[in-house]
Ligand binder design. Sequence first.
Ligand code: CAP
Ligand code: MG
Length: 424
Amino acid sequence: MIHYVNLDYVPDENDLIVMYYVEKAPDCRDLEQACEEIAKESSIGTWTEIATLSADIADRLKPSAFYIDHENNIVKIAYNKELFEAENIPQILSAIAGNIYGMKVLKYLRLLDISFPKDIVKKYKGPKFGIKGIRNLTKINNRPLLGTIVKPKVGLNEIDHAKVCGEAWMGGLDLVKDDENLTNMIFNKFEKRIIETLKIRDKVENATGERKFYMPNITAPLSIMKDRADFVLGNGGEYVMIDVLTVGFSALQEIRNYLDNEKVIIHAHRAMHAALTRNKKHGMSMISIAKLMRLIGMDQLHSGTIVGKMQGDRQEVLETNKVITKSKIVGNNLTLLDQNWENIKPILPVASGGLSPLQIPELIENLGKDIVLQFGGGCHGHPDGTLAGAQAIRQAVNAVLENIELKEYAKTHRELARAIDKWG
Ligand code: CAP
Ligand code: MG
C-alpha cells in the first residue's frame, strides 16, 4: 500500500509545492484521506491499487502531503519535479489543477499557491521588459502610468475609435487600449483600426512631446494572433494586449516565445479569471494565476483595485501584486508559499475596473506608483467628454504628486472639479 501523507517529509530544492484549501466530502473519512486521494490522482495513482505501479516508480515519483492544517483546511503537497515537463504549463496544470477538482471524495478544492523549484523557474524567460524596461521605454518615471480603455467596449468604427484615442492622449493619458472583447469586428476591422490609431498617436506625440502608446487586442486563434502581432509591429506599435486565460496557456507560451526578439510590451488582460478565482473555497487563486503569468512572461497584468467595481479584497490584491513584483516571497501558511524568482523580472500591475479620478489618492496610497491606473467609464463618462476626462485624471495624479487635496486642486482645475461634481 502506497502512502502519500507523510508529515515528516521535508521538501527539497527539487520539489514543486502546491498549497490547497480542501474540504472533504461527508463520506470521506478525514482530511488525511482527502490528501491521499489528491496526491494520488494528481500524480501516479488512481482509485485502486494497480499492479503496474512498481515500488521503484512509487519511491521515485510519489508526492508527499507534508503539511495538514485541520483548523484552516490547508494542505501542502510536495511533487518531485520529475513529474513535470518543466517548460509545459498545460501539462503541469493538468496534474496539479486537473482531475482532482472533480473527485467525489472532495466537497471543495482550491489551489491557493504554487512554489516553483529553481530548475523549473530557470526554464522560463519571464517578462521581457518588466517594470524597469517599461519605464525606460515609456520614459515615464515617478508616477503611475495612466491609461484608458476605449468605450463603448465595441461598436465604434475604426475612425471614431482612433479619434477617441487621440482625445485621451491629448488630455494627458499615456496608454490607450482596446477592450477585452474588441478584436476584428465587421464594423471595426483590426488592421484599419491599428493604422488609424497609430497615425493619430504620432500626431499627438508631435503635439505634446510626450510618448503615447496603444495596446491593441490581438486575442485570436494562435496563428492569427501571430499575424496580428506582426501587423502591429510592422506599423510601429510597441504594445500588444492578450486575453491570457481565454487564449489558453499553450497559445500564451507560444506567442511569448514568438515575440521574444521583438521590442513589444505584452499587456495581459485576465478576462474569465473570476470563473476560477471568485469562489474562495474552490478553483484557483489569482495569486497562482499571476505567478504563471510571471513565469510565462507577461509585462503588465490586471491584478485588481481594492476600491473599484470588481471583486478582489485588499489582501488578495496586495498579495497578487507582491508575487508579481518581489524577487523573493516568504510564505505564510495560509495564502502564500515561499518563492525565489531567481532572474525573472517583475510584472507591472494594472489597476482597472470602475475607477474615476476621485480614487487616485487611495489607489496610489494602497498600490504605490509602480502601477498602471486605467479608466474606461472614469474617462469617457466625464460630463465634458473624453478629453476632459483624461485631463481630470492627469490633474488628480498631479495633485497627489504635489501633495494637494483633490478638492483643493479642483479649485483651479475645472476638469477635475467637474469630475468631482459627477462622481463625488
Ligand atoms: C474596465 C474594463 C476592464 C476591467 C477588467 C471593463 O472598464 O475595461 O476590462 O477592469 O477587470 O471592461 O470593465 P471601466 P480586472 O473602467 O469602465 O470599469 O481589471 O479586474 O481584470
Ligand atoms: Mg474591459
